[in-house]
Ligand binder design. Structure first.
Ligand code: SAH
Ligand code: SF4
Length: 394
């Protein structure tokens, strides 16, 4: 072809290398994938179809190797292999608890590590996903809160956790074997309750959850995904408008005085501000109930008076209250409330008309219970003095 030959449509289909090197497809939204495929030489007219094909291979069938994407022409598979990768975090260790809970330690780019927990129950299987390495917040009862924020996870690293768990559970469908398509699924629910504050990494969390909900792929219902926040008030509405998943609030105290210590973000947005926001929330989310999480700490927040104040505070908000027996970790400055106390607290809430399930601690023998997650190799730790000072003990 001479230098001044007219550029034709064909030129667009000649494979070319993306300037920034191979791009990881995992974590790209449909629009981002479309743009990337076009940039790599896919004809615009075909882009939508190509997105659908690649999407199904990766998120429905769990295929990672372009060579196995058999409904694509050989040349197109070569174009993909030249420009893209399908990369997940690397599984480092897996521990299985006596009760069947599985804890995975995975390594992400930069050598950082995060934990993921899979909790099998009779009627469901829940994956507890992390959104950050460490946390900027410093809730004094939370192990992750003792670790500084290292970085936000990318959308690919968040959805990658779900894909790794499906690998481990062997839950990708095979032709003729519809694992998880019609029948019950091993991994049926997602809770964003691992390490980190999801609303401080909103865009990546949203994109990852959109991928997990996409009907052509992993296809989890929005009703089976719960985002838990410590109360990042300005971002809460986006949970309903941009993701549409269920919302849980780490409430944990009934006075600002106590909540300021337990959940220090309360100093920024106090109980009243948080509750005002939550009163508006049901209008955005079709009146779904909000879960109030309440960690039971001996002699700190577990009195009858607290229980009564709690139901009074949340009056008018469609809610359920999830009581979490405190899970201790090495050096934790609190103790778990006695079982009798937790029951009495639950009783007051129940009599006031709210569901008040007590969360059974799972995987304690492998330090997989709520709030115990922390990457053991992470060096950026707060000192014991800092932790005690934050807890008001220093
Ligand atoms: N950052 C988010 C989500 C992660 S924590 C948030 O704070 O909501 C998930 C839940 O576990 C939160 O309700 C958190 O307060 C609770 N939690 C943290 N540490 C805990 C511990 N040691 N024992 C019991 N629950 C804990
Ligand atoms: Fe961060 Fe949530 Fe732990 Fe608080 S409870 S430190 S917000 S992970």
């Amino acid at each position: 072809m001479s230098a001044n030959a007219p550029i034709t449509q064909d030129v667009l289909t000649i494979p070319r290398k993306l300037p920034e090197g191979p791009v990881n497809i995992v974590g790209l939204t449909r629009d981002e994938l479309r743009d990337a495929l076009i940039a790599a030489g896919t004809a615009e007219k075909q882009a939508k179809m190509r997105v659908n094909q690649v999407w199904q291979w990766i998120y429905h069938w769990g295929v990672r190797d372009f060579a196995q994407m058999t409904n694509l022409a050989k040349e197109y598979r070569a174009l993909l292999a030249d420009n893209f990768v399908v990369a997940l975090p690397e599984m480092v260790t897996k521990q299985v608890s006596e009760d069947g809970t599985r804890k995975y330690l995975v390594r992400i780019a930069g050598g950082h590590e995060v934990e993921i927990v899979y909790i099998p129950e009779e009627d469901r299987g829940t994956l507890c996903v992390s959104s950050q390495v460490g946390c900027t917040l410093t809730c004094t009862f939370c192990h992750t809160g003792t670790q500084k924020l290292v970085r936000n996870l990318t959308a690919g690293e968040i959805v990658g956790q779900i894909m790794l768990a499906r690998d481990d559970l062997d839950e990708w469908p095979r032709p003729g074997v519809g694992t998880g398509e019609d029948g019950p699924r091993l991994l049926s629910n997602i809770v964003l309750m691992g390490m980190g504050e999801p609303l401080y990494n909103f865009d990546n969390v949203r994109n990852a959850m959109k991928i997990a909900m996409d009907g052509e792929g992993i296809a989890l219902s929005r009703r089976r995904i719960t985002l838990s926040t410590s109360g990042v008030v300005p971002e809460i509405a986006r949970c309903a408008t941009e993701i549409g998943c269920q919302l849980a609030i780490s409430f944990h105290a009934t006075t600002d005085e106590v909540r300021d210590v337990l959940v220090p973000i309360n100093k920024r947005w106090n109980i009243k501000t948080l509750l005002d926001t939550l009163r508006e929330y049901p209008k955005l989310s079709n009146s779904e109930r909000i879960t109030f999480e309440y960690v039971m700490l001996k002699d700190v927040n577990d009195s009858d008076e607290d229980a009564r104040r709690l139901v009074k505070l949340i009056r008018g908000i469609p809610a359920k209250i999830n009581l979490i027996p405190f899970n201790e970790w090495p050096g934790s400055p609190y103790e778990r409330s006695d079982w009798k106390r937790i029951k009495a607290f639950a009783d007051i809430i129940y009599k006031a008309g709210y569901a008040s399930p007590i969360r059974t601690p799972r995987g304690e023998d492998i330090m997989a219970a709520c709030g115990q997650l922390k990457s053991a190799t992470e060096r950026a730790r707060k000192s014991r003095r800092e932790i005690e000072k934050e807890a008001g003990l220093g």
